[in-house]
Design a protein. Structure first.
Length: 331
C-alpha cells in the first residue's frame, strides 16, 4: 500500500511535563523509519500560527530522552482559540506541506487539535501532563516523574519536621485534580491528604488525623494539599487555630514539572510517540493516543474529549486505612 503521508509536524503545548522530549524523539524516529519527514513546530500552537519551525532529523533528537522540559519549547496560545488564529495555523500546514500534526500536551492542547481537525488537518494527540487529568487515558506522560520529585521533597521535609517535632503543610500541583496529591500522600505516609475530589473538612480530615497520630505517639505531621483543594497557607492557619501547632508551609510549585523523566515516563512516551505516527501512516486520523490496562490504544478525538474519568477513590480508602490510628486500649 502506498504511504500517502510524506511530512508531519510535531509540537508540544501547554504546561511542560517530563517525558515530552522522549515523545518527540519517538515521533521523529518513527516517522523516519516510515520514510516520513518530520518538522518540529516550536512554541506550541503559536508556532503553527507564526510558522516557527525546525526540520528534525534523527541526530536532532539524540540524547533528549533523558532531558526534562521540551526542546521544542511550549506555550499556551490564546490566539489559537480564535478562528483567525486557527486559519493562520491551517495556512502554515498547507505552506509547509504537512500531512498531519502530532500534538503532545494536555487538555487545552487537545482542544486545539480538535479545532485543527475540524479544519481538515489530520491530528494525533499524545497526553502529557503532570496532573494525570486527561479523561480518555489512564496515564499521562510526566505524572510518575512529578510524583517522584514531590516524594523526594516531602521525604526531606519529613526529616526536619521529625527533628523539630513540627507539622508540615505541603501544597502539590494538579490543577483541579487530586491524583498527584493522593499518590504522593500514599507514598510518603502522609498524616492527611486533601484533594478536590472530596469535600474538605479540616476538623475531620486534618485535625482529627493529627490528634490520632499524636495519641499514637507521633510528634510530627505531614499534611499534603492538592492545589485544587485549598490554599496551604490558609490550611496551616486553620490547623494553628484548632490545635495550637505552628505548621510550616511548603508550596512545591514548578519544581514538580522539571527533572529527568523516570523509566515509566520515558517508556510510555516512546510507545505513545510510536503509536501516534503509526496511526497517521495507517490513515487513522484525528485520534488521541491513550493507555488502557498497560496497552497503548488510540481513540477518536471527538469521543476522547467527551469521555469522563473515574477518580480512583479506592486509593483514598487505602490512605485512610494506613494512616496512623490511636493505639488499642491502654490498661
Ligand atoms: O497543568 C500542569 C500545571 O503544572 C498544573 O499542575 C498547574 O496548576 C499549572 O500547570 C501551572 O501553570 P503555569 O505553568 O502556567 O504556572
Amino acid at each position: 500500500m502506498e504511504n500517502k503521508i510524506k511530512r508531519i509536524g510535531v509540537l508540544t503545548s501547554g504546561g511542560d511535563a517530563p517525558g515530552m522530549n522522549a515523545a518527540v524523539r519517538a515521533v521523529v524516529r518513527t516517522a523516519l523509519s516510515y520514510g516520513v519527514e518530520c518538522i518540529g513546530i516550536r512554541r506550541g500552537w503559536n508556532g503553527l500560527i507564526n510558522g516557527d519551525f525546525v526540520r528534525m532529523d534523527s541526530g536532532d533528537v539524540s540524547h533528549i530522552i533523558e532531558k526534562g522540559g521540551t526542546v521544542l519549547y511550549t506555550a499556551r496560545s490564546m490566539e489559537f482559540m480564535t478562528e483567525e488564529g486557527q486559519k493562520k495555523a491551517v495556512n502554515t500546514c498547507h505552506l509547509l506541506g504537512l500531512d498531519g500534526i502530532v500534538a503532545v500536551g494536555g487538555d487545552g492542547t487537545f482542544r486545539g487539535a480538535q479545532a485543527l481537525s475540524r479544519w481538515g488537518i489530520p491530528v494525533v494527540g499524545i497526553p502529557a501532563t503532570i496532573d494525570n487529568d486527561i479523561s480518555c487515558t489512564q496515564y499521562t506522560i510526566g505524572f510518575d516523574t512529578a510524583c517522584n520529585t514531590a516524594i523526594d521533597a516531602i521525604d526531606k521535609l519529613r526529616d526536619t519536621m521529625q527533628s523539630h517535632e513540627r507539622c508540615s503543610v505541603v501544597e502539590v500541583m494538579g490543577r483541579q485534580a487530586g491524583y498527584l496529591a493522593l499518590y504522593v500522600g500514599i507514598a510518603t505516609g502522609a498524616t492527611a491528604v486533601l484533594i478536590p475530589e472530596r469535600p474538605v473538612d479540616i476538623e475531620a480530615d486534618v485535625v482529627e488525623k493529627i490528634r490520632q497520630a499524636r495519641l499514637a505517639g507521633t510528634t510530627h505531621y505531614m499534611v499534603v494539599v492538592a492545589e485544587g483543594a485549598g490554599n496551604a497557607m490558609e490550611i496551616a492557619a486553620r490547623i494553628h487555630e484548632l490545635t495550637g501547632l505552628d505548621p510550616r508551609v511548603t508550596v512545591l510549585g514548578h519544581i514538580q514539572r522539571g527533572g529527568s523523566p523516570t523509566a515509566r515516563d520515558r517508556e510510555t512516551a516512546t510507545r505513545m510517540g510510536y503509536e501516534a505516527v503509526k496511526a497517521l501512516v495507517e490513515g487513522r486520523r484525528n485520534r488521541i493516543v491513550a493507555t488502557c490496562d498497560g496497552y497503548i490504544v488510540d481513540i477518536g478525538i471527538e469521543e476522547a474529549l467527551s469521555m469522563t474519568k473515574q477518580f480512583p477513590m479506592d486509593r483514598y480508602e487505602v490512605l485512610e486505612a494506613v494512616t496512623t490510628k490511636i493505639k488499642k486500649e491502654v490498661h
